[in-house]
Design a binder for this molecule. Structure first.
Ligand SMILES: [Zn+2]
Length: 562
Protein backbone atom coordinates (compact mmCIF):
# COMPACT_ATOMS: atom_id res chain seq x y z
CA UNK A 1 0.00 0.00 0.00
CA UNK A 2 1.15 3.53 -0.61
CA UNK A 3 2.25 5.50 2.39
CA UNK A 4 0.11 8.49 2.95
CA UNK A 5 -0.18 11.32 5.44
CA UNK A 6 -3.67 12.60 5.79
CA UNK A 7 -4.95 15.97 6.73
CA UNK A 8 -8.66 16.31 7.03
CA UNK A 9 -10.62 19.49 6.46
CA UNK A 10 -14.41 19.63 6.41
CA UNK A 11 -14.89 17.69 3.20
CA UNK A 12 -11.52 17.03 1.75
CA UNK A 13 -8.67 14.87 2.74
CA UNK A 14 -5.35 15.97 1.40
CA UNK A 15 -2.80 13.26 1.02
CA UNK A 16 0.87 13.20 0.22
CA UNK A 17 1.92 10.00 -1.48
CA UNK A 18 5.57 9.18 -1.37
CA UNK A 19 7.47 7.14 -3.84
CA UNK A 20 11.16 7.15 -3.09
CA UNK A 21 12.20 10.79 -3.05
CA UNK A 22 9.32 12.32 -5.00
CA UNK A 23 6.18 13.50 -3.35
CA UNK A 24 2.87 13.83 -5.11
CA UNK A 25 -0.05 15.54 -3.55
CA UNK A 26 -3.60 14.33 -4.14
CA UNK A 27 -6.99 15.26 -2.84
CA UNK A 28 -9.37 12.58 -1.70
CA UNK A 29 -12.91 12.54 -0.54
CA UNK A 30 -13.93 10.39 2.31
CA UNK A 31 -15.43 7.03 1.59
CA UNK A 32 -18.18 5.57 3.72
CA UNK A 33 -15.70 3.41 5.47
CA UNK A 34 -13.62 5.51 7.82
CA UNK A 35 -10.34 4.07 6.65
CA UNK A 36 -10.91 4.49 2.94
CA UNK A 37 -10.36 7.54 0.84
CA UNK A 38 -11.22 7.88 -2.81
CA UNK A 39 -9.61 10.24 -5.18
CA UNK A 40 -11.85 13.23 -5.65
CA UNK A 41 -13.06 13.67 -9.20
CA UNK A 42 -11.72 16.61 -11.07
CA UNK A 43 -8.94 17.25 -8.62
CA UNK A 44 -7.59 20.23 -10.45
CA UNK A 45 -10.81 22.13 -9.92
CA UNK A 46 -11.08 21.17 -6.30
CA UNK A 47 -7.53 22.16 -5.63
CA UNK A 48 -8.04 25.50 -7.29
CA UNK A 49 -11.10 26.17 -5.20
CA UNK A 50 -9.73 25.03 -1.90
CA UNK A 51 -6.96 26.14 0.38
CA UNK A 52 -4.36 23.45 -0.29
CA UNK A 53 -3.75 24.85 -3.77
CA UNK A 54 -0.28 25.92 -2.95
CA UNK A 55 0.63 22.41 -1.94
CA UNK A 56 -0.32 20.98 -5.32
CA UNK A 57 2.67 19.55 -7.08
CA UNK A 58 1.50 17.40 -9.96
CA UNK A 59 -1.75 16.94 -11.82
CA UNK A 60 -3.67 13.72 -12.18
CA UNK A 61 -6.32 12.57 -14.59
CA UNK A 62 -9.96 13.31 -14.03
CA UNK A 63 -12.16 10.40 -13.12
CA UNK A 64 -9.23 8.37 -11.96
CA UNK A 65 -10.26 6.27 -8.99
CA UNK A 66 -8.38 4.26 -6.47
CA UNK A 67 -8.60 3.57 -2.81
CA UNK A 68 -6.00 4.08 -0.20
CA UNK A 69 -6.21 1.99 2.92
CA UNK A 70 -4.70 3.64 5.90
CA UNK A 71 -2.90 1.16 8.05
CA UNK A 72 -2.42 1.71 11.77
CA UNK A 73 1.25 2.31 11.12
CA UNK A 74 0.42 5.20 8.84
CA UNK A 75 -2.17 6.71 11.15
CA UNK A 76 0.40 6.74 13.93
CA UNK A 77 2.46 9.28 12.08
CA UNK A 78 1.66 11.89 14.66
CA UNK A 79 5.17 12.34 15.96
CA UNK A 80 7.59 14.57 14.16
CA UNK A 81 11.23 15.44 14.66
CA UNK A 82 12.59 18.89 13.94
CA UNK A 83 16.27 19.40 13.25
CA UNK A 84 18.36 22.41 12.27
CA UNK A 85 21.14 22.70 9.72
CA UNK A 86 23.69 25.47 9.34
CA UNK A 87 25.03 26.89 6.12
CA UNK A 88 28.63 25.90 5.62
CA UNK A 89 30.55 29.19 5.46
CA UNK A 90 33.36 27.56 3.45
CA UNK A 91 31.11 25.96 0.86
CA UNK A 92 27.69 27.47 0.28
CA UNK A 93 26.42 24.30 -1.39
CA UNK A 94 26.88 22.12 1.64
CA UNK A 95 25.40 22.08 5.09
CA UNK A 96 26.54 21.52 8.63
CA UNK A 97 24.33 19.33 10.79
CA UNK A 98 23.80 19.95 14.46
CA UNK A 99 24.86 16.96 16.61
CA UNK A 100 21.25 15.71 16.68
CA UNK A 101 20.83 16.15 12.94
CA UNK A 102 24.09 14.33 12.31
CA UNK A 103 22.94 11.32 14.32
CA UNK A 104 19.55 11.15 12.63
CA UNK A 105 21.03 11.60 9.18
CA UNK A 106 23.40 8.70 9.69
CA UNK A 107 20.64 6.54 11.22
CA UNK A 108 18.68 6.96 7.95
CA UNK A 109 21.72 6.26 5.79
CA UNK A 110 22.31 9.86 4.79
CA UNK A 111 18.85 10.29 3.26
CA UNK A 112 18.47 13.78 4.72
CA UNK A 113 21.76 15.01 3.35
CA UNK A 114 20.91 13.70 -0.12
CA UNK A 115 17.66 15.64 -0.27
CA UNK A 116 18.79 18.79 1.40
CA UNK A 117 18.66 22.21 -0.14
CA UNK A 118 17.54 24.82 2.33
CA UNK A 119 17.82 28.54 3.04
CA UNK A 120 17.96 30.36 6.37
CA UNK A 121 14.64 30.26 8.19
CA UNK A 122 13.07 28.00 5.55
CA UNK A 123 11.55 24.62 6.35
CA UNK A 124 11.56 21.30 4.52
CA UNK A 125 9.59 18.27 5.56
CA UNK A 126 10.70 14.74 4.70
CA UNK A 127 8.62 11.62 5.18
CA UNK A 128 9.24 7.94 5.79
CA UNK A 129 12.95 8.18 6.34
CA UNK A 130 12.66 5.25 8.71
CA UNK A 131 10.05 3.76 11.09
CA UNK A 132 11.67 5.80 13.87
CA UNK A 133 11.56 9.02 11.84
CA UNK A 134 8.34 9.03 9.81
CA UNK A 135 8.17 12.84 9.68
CA UNK A 136 11.27 15.02 9.88
CA UNK A 137 11.24 18.79 9.57
CA UNK A 138 14.50 20.48 8.68
CA UNK A 139 15.07 24.18 9.24
CA UNK A 140 17.83 26.43 7.96
CA UNK A 141 19.71 28.03 10.87
CA UNK A 142 21.67 30.40 8.65
CA UNK A 143 25.47 30.78 8.76
CA UNK A 144 27.28 28.55 11.20
CA UNK A 145 29.55 31.49 12.01
CA UNK A 146 26.73 33.86 13.09
CA UNK A 147 27.54 35.48 16.41
CA UNK A 148 27.10 38.70 18.40
CA UNK A 149 26.62 41.60 16.02
CA UNK A 150 27.71 44.81 17.69
CA UNK A 151 25.79 47.22 15.50
CA UNK A 152 22.64 45.14 15.66
CA UNK A 153 23.05 44.62 19.41
CA UNK A 154 21.93 41.04 18.85
CA UNK A 155 23.34 37.57 19.24
CA UNK A 156 22.41 36.55 15.71
CA UNK A 157 23.10 32.87 16.23
CA UNK A 158 20.54 32.67 19.04
CA UNK A 159 18.06 34.83 17.16
CA UNK A 160 18.41 32.66 14.03
CA UNK A 161 17.71 29.55 16.10
CA UNK A 162 14.59 31.09 17.66
CA UNK A 163 13.22 32.15 14.28
CA UNK A 164 14.03 28.94 12.41
CA UNK A 165 12.70 26.62 15.11
CA UNK A 166 9.50 28.69 15.35
CA UNK A 167 9.00 28.36 11.61
CA UNK A 168 9.67 24.64 11.78
CA UNK A 169 7.22 23.83 14.56
CA UNK A 170 4.53 25.95 12.88
CA UNK A 171 4.96 24.12 9.57
CA UNK A 172 4.73 20.75 11.30
CA UNK A 173 1.71 21.84 13.38
CA UNK A 174 -0.03 23.08 10.24
CA UNK A 175 0.17 19.61 8.70
CA UNK A 176 -2.72 18.93 11.05
CA UNK A 177 -1.69 15.36 11.77
CA UNK A 178 1.14 16.02 14.18
CA UNK A 179 0.54 16.11 17.91
CA UNK A 180 4.08 15.80 19.21
CA UNK A 181 7.35 17.35 18.03
CA UNK A 182 10.82 16.51 19.29
CA UNK A 183 12.90 19.61 18.78
CA UNK A 184 16.64 19.79 18.13
CA UNK A 185 18.33 21.86 20.85
CA UNK A 186 20.79 23.16 18.22
CA UNK A 187 23.40 23.33 21.01
CA UNK A 188 21.34 26.21 22.48
CA UNK A 189 18.33 24.45 24.01
CA UNK A 190 17.02 27.60 25.71
CA UNK A 191 16.84 29.54 22.45
CA UNK A 192 15.36 26.51 20.65
CA UNK A 193 12.77 26.15 23.39
CA UNK A 194 11.86 29.85 23.18
CA UNK A 195 11.51 29.63 19.40
CA UNK A 196 9.29 26.57 19.66
CA UNK A 197 7.13 27.64 22.59
CA UNK A 198 6.71 31.27 21.50
CA UNK A 199 6.35 30.27 17.85
CA UNK A 200 3.38 27.99 18.41
CA UNK A 201 1.44 30.56 20.45
CA UNK A 202 -1.79 31.65 18.84
CA UNK A 203 -4.63 33.39 20.65
CA UNK A 204 -7.74 31.42 19.71
CA UNK A 205 -9.37 31.04 23.13
CA UNK A 206 -12.49 32.79 21.93
CA UNK A 207 -12.89 30.82 18.67
CA UNK A 208 -14.95 27.70 18.03
CA UNK A 209 -13.17 24.36 18.26
CA UNK A 210 -13.10 23.97 14.46
CA UNK A 211 -11.20 27.23 14.08
CA UNK A 212 -8.62 26.58 16.78
CA UNK A 213 -5.09 25.58 15.84
CA UNK A 214 -4.33 21.98 16.74
CA UNK A 215 -2.44 21.47 19.98
CA UNK A 216 1.07 20.11 19.73
CA UNK A 217 3.28 18.84 22.53
CA UNK A 218 6.90 19.97 22.40
CA UNK A 219 9.91 18.07 23.75
CA UNK A 220 13.63 18.47 23.55
CA UNK A 221 15.08 15.92 21.16
CA UNK A 222 17.16 13.61 23.35
CA UNK A 223 20.68 13.69 21.96
CA UNK A 224 22.80 13.11 25.04
CA UNK A 225 24.27 16.61 24.72
CA UNK A 226 21.50 19.13 25.20
CA UNK A 227 20.73 20.17 28.74
CA UNK A 228 17.08 19.57 29.57
CA UNK A 229 17.28 22.30 32.27
CA UNK A 230 18.13 24.86 29.62
CA UNK A 231 15.17 23.73 27.55
CA UNK A 232 12.90 23.95 30.60
CA UNK A 233 14.15 27.46 31.40
CA UNK A 234 13.10 28.41 27.86
CA UNK A 235 9.69 26.86 28.46
CA UNK A 236 9.14 28.91 31.63
CA UNK A 237 10.21 32.15 29.93
CA UNK A 238 7.96 31.42 26.97
CA UNK A 239 5.04 30.55 29.24
CA UNK A 240 5.54 33.91 30.94
CA UNK A 241 5.60 35.82 27.67
CA UNK A 242 2.61 33.86 26.37
CA UNK A 243 0.67 34.69 29.56
CA UNK A 244 1.48 38.34 28.92
CA UNK A 245 0.24 37.99 25.33
CA UNK A 246 -3.00 36.37 26.46
CA UNK A 247 -3.69 39.11 29.01
CA UNK A 248 -3.08 41.74 26.32
CA UNK A 249 -5.05 39.99 23.57
CA UNK A 250 -8.19 39.49 25.62
CA UNK A 251 -10.87 42.03 24.72
CA UNK A 252 -11.62 44.84 27.15
CA UNK A 253 -15.13 43.57 27.92
CA UNK A 254 -13.58 40.37 29.26
CA UNK A 255 -10.36 41.82 30.68
CA UNK A 256 -11.72 44.44 33.08
CA UNK A 257 -9.69 45.63 36.09
CA UNK A 258 -11.71 43.22 38.27
CA UNK A 259 -11.07 40.28 35.92
CA UNK A 260 -7.37 41.11 35.68
CA UNK A 261 -7.15 41.04 39.48
CA UNK A 262 -9.01 37.69 39.61
CA UNK A 263 -6.52 36.22 37.16
CA UNK A 264 -3.67 37.51 39.33
CA UNK A 265 -5.19 35.85 42.41
CA UNK A 266 -5.67 32.54 40.53
CA UNK A 267 -2.26 32.66 38.85
CA UNK A 268 -0.38 33.28 42.07
CA UNK A 269 -2.44 30.98 44.31
CA UNK A 270 -0.08 28.05 43.70
CA UNK A 271 3.07 30.13 43.94
CA UNK A 272 4.89 31.79 46.79
CA UNK A 273 3.36 35.18 45.96
CA UNK A 274 1.14 37.45 48.06
CA UNK A 275 -1.62 39.37 46.28
CA UNK A 276 -3.53 42.40 47.59
CA UNK A 277 -6.50 43.58 45.56
CA UNK A 278 -7.09 47.21 46.61
CA UNK A 279 -10.40 48.86 45.76
CA UNK A 280 -11.44 52.44 45.02
CA UNK A 281 -12.02 53.27 48.71
CA UNK A 282 -8.44 52.20 49.47
CA UNK A 283 -7.10 54.40 46.65
CA UNK A 284 -9.16 57.30 48.06
CA UNK A 285 -7.67 56.71 51.49
CA UNK A 286 -4.20 56.88 49.90
CA UNK A 287 -5.15 60.19 48.22
CA UNK A 288 -4.44 58.82 44.74
CA UNK A 289 -6.29 61.73 43.11
CA UNK A 290 -4.52 61.40 39.79
CA UNK A 291 -5.28 57.67 39.32
CA UNK A 292 -8.88 58.10 40.51
CA UNK A 293 -9.48 61.03 38.15
CA UNK A 294 -8.92 58.70 35.19
CA UNK A 295 -10.94 55.84 36.72
CA UNK A 296 -14.02 58.00 37.34
CA UNK A 297 -14.61 58.38 33.60
CA UNK A 298 -15.72 54.75 33.41
CA UNK A 299 -18.47 52.64 35.00
CA UNK A 300 -15.97 49.82 35.59
CA UNK A 301 -14.58 50.01 39.13
CA UNK A 302 -10.81 50.54 39.36
CA UNK A 303 -8.44 48.16 41.12
CA UNK A 304 -4.99 48.84 42.51
CA UNK A 305 -3.23 45.48 42.42
CA UNK A 306 -0.24 44.84 44.67
CA UNK A 307 1.84 41.66 44.37
CA UNK A 308 4.82 40.61 46.54
CA UNK A 309 7.34 37.89 45.73
CA UNK A 310 10.27 37.69 48.13
CA UNK A 311 12.67 34.79 47.71
CA UNK A 312 15.75 36.80 48.68
CA UNK A 313 15.57 37.37 52.46
CA UNK A 314 17.34 40.38 53.94
CA UNK A 315 17.29 42.37 50.72
CA UNK A 316 15.44 45.53 49.83
CA UNK A 317 12.82 45.06 47.13
CA UNK A 318 12.82 46.07 43.52
CA UNK A 319 9.45 47.76 42.95
CA UNK A 320 7.90 47.52 39.50
CA UNK A 321 4.87 49.62 38.51
CA UNK A 322 2.81 48.73 35.41
CA UNK A 323 0.24 50.81 33.57
CA UNK A 324 -3.07 48.93 33.60
CA UNK A 325 -5.49 50.83 31.36
CA UNK A 326 -7.72 47.90 30.37
CA UNK A 327 -9.22 50.03 27.62
CA UNK A 328 -8.09 53.44 26.40
CA UNK A 329 -10.67 55.34 24.39
CA UNK A 330 -8.67 58.52 24.98
CA UNK A 331 -11.46 59.90 27.21
CA UNK A 332 -12.86 63.31 26.24
CA UNK A 333 -9.75 63.73 24.03
CA UNK A 334 -11.21 60.79 22.11
CA UNK A 335 -8.94 58.73 19.88
CA UNK A 336 -9.67 58.13 16.20
CA UNK A 337 -11.86 55.05 15.74
CA UNK A 338 -9.51 53.31 13.34
CA UNK A 339 -7.55 50.60 15.18
CA UNK A 340 -9.00 51.66 18.52
CA UNK A 341 -9.50 47.94 19.27
CA UNK A 342 -5.74 47.70 19.85
CA UNK A 343 -6.26 49.81 22.95
CA UNK A 344 -7.46 46.66 24.74
CA UNK A 345 -3.73 46.08 25.20
CA UNK A 346 -3.12 49.41 26.95
CA UNK A 347 -2.68 47.32 30.09
CA UNK A 348 0.47 45.81 28.55
CA UNK A 349 2.61 47.36 31.32
CA UNK A 350 0.55 45.70 34.05
CA UNK A 351 0.52 42.46 32.01
CA UNK A 352 4.32 42.58 31.87
CA UNK A 353 4.62 43.21 35.62
CA UNK A 354 2.26 40.33 36.45
CA UNK A 355 3.94 37.98 33.96
CA UNK A 356 7.46 38.93 35.07
CA UNK A 357 6.63 38.08 38.67
CA UNK A 358 4.81 34.92 37.55
CA UNK A 359 7.89 33.79 35.61
CA UNK A 360 10.31 34.60 38.43
CA UNK A 361 8.12 32.78 40.96
CA UNK A 362 7.71 29.78 38.60
CA UNK A 363 11.48 29.61 38.27
CA UNK A 364 11.80 30.04 42.05
CA UNK A 365 14.31 32.78 41.29
CA UNK A 366 16.02 34.20 44.39
CA UNK A 367 14.76 37.76 43.97
CA UNK A 368 12.70 40.25 46.00
CA UNK A 369 10.18 42.08 43.84
CA UNK A 370 6.94 43.97 44.40
CA UNK A 371 4.55 44.64 41.51
CA UNK A 372 2.08 47.53 41.58
CA UNK A 373 -0.63 47.72 38.95
CA UNK A 374 -3.11 50.60 38.88
CA UNK A 375 -5.98 49.22 36.75
CA UNK A 376 -8.88 51.16 35.23
CA UNK A 377 -10.50 52.16 31.95
CA UNK A 378 -10.07 55.55 30.28
CA UNK A 379 -13.58 56.38 29.10
CA UNK A 380 -15.53 59.56 28.34
CA UNK A 381 -18.58 59.34 30.64
CA UNK A 382 -20.25 62.38 32.27
CA UNK A 383 -17.76 62.36 35.14
CA UNK A 384 -14.68 61.99 32.99
CA UNK A 385 -11.67 64.30 33.19
CA UNK A 386 -12.02 67.37 30.97
CA UNK A 387 -9.13 69.15 29.28
CA UNK A 388 -7.89 71.82 31.68
CA UNK A 389 -8.98 69.95 34.83
CA UNK A 390 -6.52 70.00 37.70
CA UNK A 391 -6.04 66.99 39.97
CA UNK A 392 -3.76 66.29 42.94
CA UNK A 393 -1.49 63.25 43.06
CA UNK A 394 -0.57 61.29 46.18
CA UNK A 395 2.61 63.33 46.76
CA UNK A 396 0.59 66.59 46.75
CA UNK A 397 1.71 67.77 43.30
CA UNK A 398 -1.04 69.29 41.19
CA UNK A 399 -1.46 68.30 37.53
CA UNK A 400 -3.24 70.17 34.78
CA UNK A 401 -4.77 67.61 32.39
CA UNK A 402 -4.60 69.25 28.98
CA UNK A 403 -5.10 66.01 27.11
CA UNK A 404 -7.17 63.23 28.66
CA UNK A 405 -5.51 60.69 26.36
CA UNK A 406 -2.22 61.20 28.21
CA UNK A 407 -3.77 59.20 31.08
CA UNK A 408 -1.11 56.52 31.51
CA UNK A 409 1.23 58.97 33.22
CA UNK A 410 -1.63 60.07 35.51
CA UNK A 411 -2.20 56.59 36.92
CA UNK A 412 1.54 55.82 37.02
CA UNK A 413 2.18 59.03 38.98
CA UNK A 414 0.27 57.66 41.97
CA UNK A 415 1.72 54.19 41.46
CA UNK A 416 5.24 55.64 41.62
CA UNK A 417 4.42 57.73 44.72
CA UNK A 418 3.05 54.67 46.52
CA UNK A 419 6.06 52.54 45.46
CA UNK A 420 8.40 54.60 47.67
CA UNK A 421 6.60 53.28 50.76
CA UNK A 422 8.56 50.01 50.24
CA UNK A 423 11.97 51.72 50.16
CA UNK A 424 13.10 50.05 46.92
CA UNK A 425 16.77 49.95 45.85
CA UNK A 426 15.49 50.25 42.28
CA UNK A 427 12.16 51.59 41.09
CA UNK A 428 10.93 50.66 37.62
CA UNK A 429 7.78 51.38 35.69
CA UNK A 430 6.54 50.02 32.40
CA UNK A 431 3.80 51.32 30.14
CA UNK A 432 2.40 51.41 26.63
CA UNK A 433 2.84 55.11 27.17
CA UNK A 434 3.36 57.09 23.98
CA UNK A 435 2.78 56.69 20.27
CA UNK A 436 5.90 58.82 19.96
CA UNK A 437 8.15 55.94 21.02
CA UNK A 438 6.79 53.92 18.09
CA UNK A 439 7.59 56.84 15.78
CA UNK A 440 11.14 56.96 17.15
CA UNK A 441 12.04 53.27 17.40
CA UNK A 442 9.29 51.39 15.62
CA UNK A 443 9.07 47.93 17.13
CA UNK A 444 12.84 47.44 17.09
CA UNK A 445 13.41 47.99 20.79
CA UNK A 446 11.80 49.08 24.03
CA UNK A 447 12.49 52.73 24.82
CA UNK A 448 14.29 52.99 28.16
CA UNK A 449 14.82 56.04 30.36
CA UNK A 450 17.18 55.46 33.26
CA UNK A 451 18.65 57.62 36.01
CA UNK A 452 21.27 54.90 36.60
CA UNK A 453 24.10 54.15 34.19
CA UNK A 454 24.93 50.99 36.13
CA UNK A 455 21.49 49.44 35.69
CA UNK A 456 21.20 50.65 32.10
CA UNK A 457 24.43 48.83 31.17
CA UNK A 458 23.17 45.59 32.74
CA UNK A 459 19.79 45.94 31.10
CA UNK A 460 21.23 46.53 27.64
CA UNK A 461 23.26 43.30 27.91
CA UNK A 462 20.16 41.35 28.92
CA UNK A 463 18.37 42.62 25.80
CA UNK A 464 21.21 41.37 23.61
CA UNK A 465 21.00 37.94 25.23
CA UNK A 466 17.24 37.54 24.92
CA UNK A 467 16.95 39.16 21.47
CA UNK A 468 14.32 41.57 22.88
CA UNK A 469 16.38 44.74 22.73
CA UNK A 470 16.50 47.93 24.81
CA UNK A 471 17.34 51.41 23.55
CA UNK A 472 18.22 54.29 25.87
CA UNK A 473 16.39 57.59 25.53
CA UNK A 474 17.28 60.95 27.15
CA UNK A 475 16.07 62.31 30.49
CA UNK A 476 17.29 65.85 29.83
CA UNK A 477 16.12 68.87 31.84
CA UNK A 478 15.20 70.20 28.40
CA UNK A 479 12.07 68.05 28.63
CA UNK A 480 11.41 68.61 32.34
CA UNK A 481 11.05 72.34 31.70
CA UNK A 482 8.36 71.66 29.14
CA UNK A 483 6.18 69.61 31.47
CA UNK A 484 6.64 71.75 34.60
CA UNK A 485 5.50 74.90 32.80
CA UNK A 486 1.76 74.70 33.51
CA UNK A 487 -0.65 77.63 33.53
CA UNK A 488 -2.83 76.30 36.37
CA UNK A 489 -0.85 73.65 38.26
CA UNK A 490 2.61 72.33 39.21
CA UNK A 491 2.77 70.16 36.12
CA UNK A 492 1.00 69.71 32.82
CA UNK A 493 0.34 66.20 31.52
CA UNK A 494 1.51 67.11 28.01
CA UNK A 495 4.48 69.14 26.79
CA UNK A 496 4.42 72.79 25.74
CA UNK A 497 5.37 71.96 22.15
CA UNK A 498 2.96 69.41 20.75
CA UNK A 499 4.52 66.68 18.63
CA UNK A 500 8.05 67.20 19.93
CA UNK A 501 9.81 64.49 21.92
CA UNK A 502 6.54 63.05 23.25
CA UNK A 503 8.16 59.99 24.85
CA UNK A 504 10.80 62.13 26.55
CA UNK A 505 8.17 64.56 27.85
CA UNK A 506 6.20 61.65 29.32
CA UNK A 507 9.34 60.29 31.00
CA UNK A 508 10.19 63.76 32.36
CA UNK A 509 6.66 64.00 33.77
CA UNK A 510 6.97 60.63 35.56
CA UNK A 511 10.33 61.62 37.00
CA UNK A 512 8.54 64.32 39.00
CA UNK A 513 7.07 61.49 41.10
CA UNK A 514 10.35 59.66 41.73
CA UNK A 515 12.70 60.32 44.63
CA UNK A 516 14.33 56.86 44.64
CA UNK A 517 17.97 57.15 43.49
CA UNK A 518 17.68 54.54 40.76
CA UNK A 519 14.72 54.59 38.42
CA UNK A 520 14.04 53.02 35.04
CA UNK A 521 11.04 53.79 32.86
CA UNK A 522 10.16 51.43 29.99
CA UNK A 523 7.99 52.75 27.16
CA UNK A 524 6.61 49.69 25.35
CA UNK A 525 4.00 51.30 23.09
CA UNK A 526 6.20 50.60 20.04
CA UNK A 527 6.73 46.90 20.83
CA UNK A 528 3.16 46.25 22.00
CA UNK A 529 2.17 44.16 19.00
CA UNK A 530 3.83 42.20 16.24
CA UNK A 531 3.03 42.15 12.55
CA UNK A 532 5.88 40.12 11.06
CA UNK A 533 8.94 41.91 12.47
CA UNK A 534 9.83 39.23 15.01
CA UNK A 535 9.68 35.95 13.12
CA UNK A 536 9.13 33.79 16.20
CA UNK A 537 6.14 35.80 17.40
CA UNK A 538 2.94 35.44 15.44
CA UNK A 539 0.81 38.42 14.47
CA UNK A 540 -0.81 40.00 17.50
CA UNK A 541 0.11 41.24 20.96
CA UNK A 542 3.76 40.52 21.59
CA UNK A 543 4.23 40.24 25.36
CA UNK A 544 7.51 42.08 24.87
CA UNK A 545 9.94 42.62 26.57
CA UNK A 546 9.07 39.98 29.17
CA UNK A 547 12.15 37.77 28.75
CA UNK A 548 14.52 40.74 29.05
CA UNK A 549 12.78 41.94 32.21
CA UNK A 550 13.03 38.52 33.85
CA UNK A 551 16.69 38.17 32.91
CA UNK A 552 17.43 41.68 34.20
CA UNK A 553 15.82 41.15 37.61
CA UNK A 554 17.65 37.82 37.99
CA UNK A 555 20.93 39.38 36.92
CA UNK A 556 20.65 42.11 39.56
CA UNK A 557 20.09 39.64 42.40
CA UNK A 558 22.65 37.11 41.10
CA UNK A 559 25.28 39.87 41.12
CA UNK A 560 23.96 41.49 44.31
CA UNK A 561 23.90 44.74 42.35
CA UNK A 562 21.83 46.67 44.88
ZN1 LIG B 1 -4.22 57.26 26.27
Amino acid sequence: MLNCLLKQSSKLVVGRIHRSTTTTLFVFNRNLSKNNFHLFLNCRQILTNSRPTTLFQSSINNNQKFAIHTSSKIMNKNKATLIGVYENSNNKDTFVFTPSGKKINSSVNGLIEKQLNIEKGKVRILYDLSPEFPVVGIVGLGPETATFNELEELDEKLENIRSAIANGVRSLRDLGSIDEINVDGCLNPKAASEGANLGLYYFDELKSAALKKSKVELHLLADGISDENEWNAGVLLSNGQNLCRTLMENPANLMTPTKFAQIAVETFSKLNVTVHVRDKAWAESMKMGSFLSVAKGSDEPPVFLEVHYNNAPNTKPLVFVGKGITFDSGGISLKASSNMDRMRADMGGAANVLSTIYTLASKKSPVNIIGLMPLCENMPNGRANKPGDVVTAMNGKTIQINNTDAEGRLILADGLCYAHKFDPFLLMDIATLTGAIGVALGSSATGVFSTSNKYWTMLQKCGVETGDRMWRMPLFNHFTKQTTDSQLADLCNIGKYVGQGGSCIAAAFLREFVTCNSWIHFDIAGVMDNKDEVAYLSKGMSGRPLRTLVRFVEEIFENKAF
